[in-house]
Design a protein around this ligand. Structure first.
Ligand code: SDX
Length: 393
């Protein structure tokens, strides 16, 4: 080919990997975790049980679940000195920047669980990450609003503990609404794992060099932050707010279709799903429940979201390109109704996805053929040529 190196068609990419954790059928809009459909897990299970399933491959017995939940609960505290890490950030730092920094720094505080060659240390690091992520995310939020850190409590379940650490203040008791706690837990479950998405692939690539677990998860958090990936939940709500009312929907659909307009409908489309994202369906039901409870059932933004979904999914452009709402389309509406600022949406996604990253990290490490991930490229630059002295250029 003109000027290009000959591409060796025999070369196959090593980017794909075998995995037994999560299966997605994009055409059917199907998502299975260790064989169990996501809608069944979201309605019948709860996040820590799904964590156990993702990590160990089977649903736990009652005893196994109790032991797992007790171990997670007893690892929720952060090393007291880590508070100084939060205080080193500006108050207006994005919580995702704080999470990348603090999770990476865990390698300096918990160095007795960084040796990836020791299965026991791998197990301890896994528990520490799953248990401490709610504390880290909640403290990033508290720090950003100038409120004191609230410590985790062992008498609360995982989701309730997170809500308590985010919204309790020393001055008064924070009453945890069981419907909100259930909705929070369901949001965690819906975000737990999703096959080889960009941030999970980042974690697997980082772990292939033997990097310690905290560094690998920090890399995953950094990748998830992007608006095309985990940052889409924040961007999707901002888009819905920009549209603002149902009568402005046609104008924005036209913009999304306009090649010369960079505007995209955030929360729509997916690399793999060419049908409805099954998580979006559950999220939509959850939005109705939570907003009914909060007495904001006639939330104008939810009305815009539902009408936008209706008009976009009936439009030729979206039908042709198989663009449907994804997991991020409705999640922001629920999180905002719960009282979270948009800056906390992606940290909550990162908190929930930590178990998926860890499950895939452990699976990667269990591969006896562990070799550093080294994707190749199709070179399209200049062919070899001699250096030209500056006086001759
Ligand atoms: C997540 O991979 C995962 O699993 C990720 C995730 C997970 O759980 O980990 O599911 C979480 O990241 C969900 C996706 C969140 N991102 C967004 O909602 C951002 C908005 N969506 C897009 O930018 C886009 O849809 C992607 C990046 C998500 C997927 O892009 P694709 O499949 O590569 O599609 P594409 O970019 O090749 O677009 C195909 C066509 C293009 O038009 P043409 O060039 O063919 O004319 O569809 C158009 C695109 O312009 N298109 C959109 C669109 N998404 C794609 N047009 C308008 N609005 C959109 N949202």
């Amino acid at each position: 080919q003109s000027g290009l190196f000959t591409y060796d068609p025999g070369f196959t990419s090593t980017a794909a990997c075998d995995s037994a954790i999560t299966f997605i059928d994009g055409e059917k809009g199907e998502l299975l975790h260790r064989g169990y459909p996501i809608d069944q897990l979201a309605s019948k299970s709860h996040y820590l049980e799904v964590c156990y399933l993702l990590l160990y491959g089977e649903l736990p017995s009652a005893e196994q679940l109790e032991e797992f939940e007790t171990t997670v609960t007893r690892h929720t505290m952060l090393h007291e000195q880590m508070q100084y890490f939060f205080r080193g950030f500006r108050r207006d730092a994005h919580p995702m920047a704080v999470m990348v920094g603090v999770v990476g720094a865990m390698a300096a505080f918990y160095h007795d669980s960084t040796d990836i060659g020791d299965p026991r240390q791998r197990e301890i690091a896994s528990f520490r990450l799953i248990a401490k992520m709610p504390t880290i995310a909640a403290w990033a939020y508290k720090y950003s609003i100038g409120q004191p850190f609230v410590y985790p409590r062992n008498d609360l379940d995982y989701a309730s503990n997170f809500l308590h650490m985010c919204f309790a203040v020393p001055a008064e008791e924070y009453k945890i609404d069981p419907v909100l706690a259930r909705a929070m837990d369901r949001i965690f479950t819906l975000h737990a794992d999703h096959e080889q998405n960009a941030s999970t692939s980042t974690v697997r690539l980082a772990s292939s060099s033997g990097a310690n677990p905290f560094a690998c998860i920090a890399a995953g958090i950094a990748c998830l932050w992007g608006p095309a990936h985990g940052g889409a939940n924040q961007a999707a709500l901002e888009t819905l707010k920009e549209i603002g009312s149902v009568d402005r929907i046609p104008e924005y659909i036209a913009r999304a279709k306009d090649k010369d307009d960079p505007f995209r409908l955030m929360g729509f489309g997916h690399r793999v799903y060419k049908n409805f994202d099954p998580r979006a369906k559950v999220m939509k039901q959850s939005a109705d429940e939570v907003l009914d409870l909060l007495g904001v059932e006639n939330n104008p933004i939810l009305a815009v979201a539902k009408e936008l979904e209706k008009q976009a999914t009936a439009d030729e452009y979206f039908i042709e390109r198989k663009l449907f709402p994804n997991v991020d389309f409705y999640s922001g509406i629920i999180l905002e109704a719960m009282g979270f600022p948009t800056s906390m949406f992606t940290p909550i996604f990162a908190l929930a996805r930590t178990v998926g990253w860890i499950s895939q990290w452990k699976e990667q490490l269990s591969d006896p053929q562990l070799k550093i991930g080294r994707p190749r490229q199709l070179y399209c630059g200049a062919t070899a040529r001699d250096y030209v002295d500056i006086e001759n250029r």
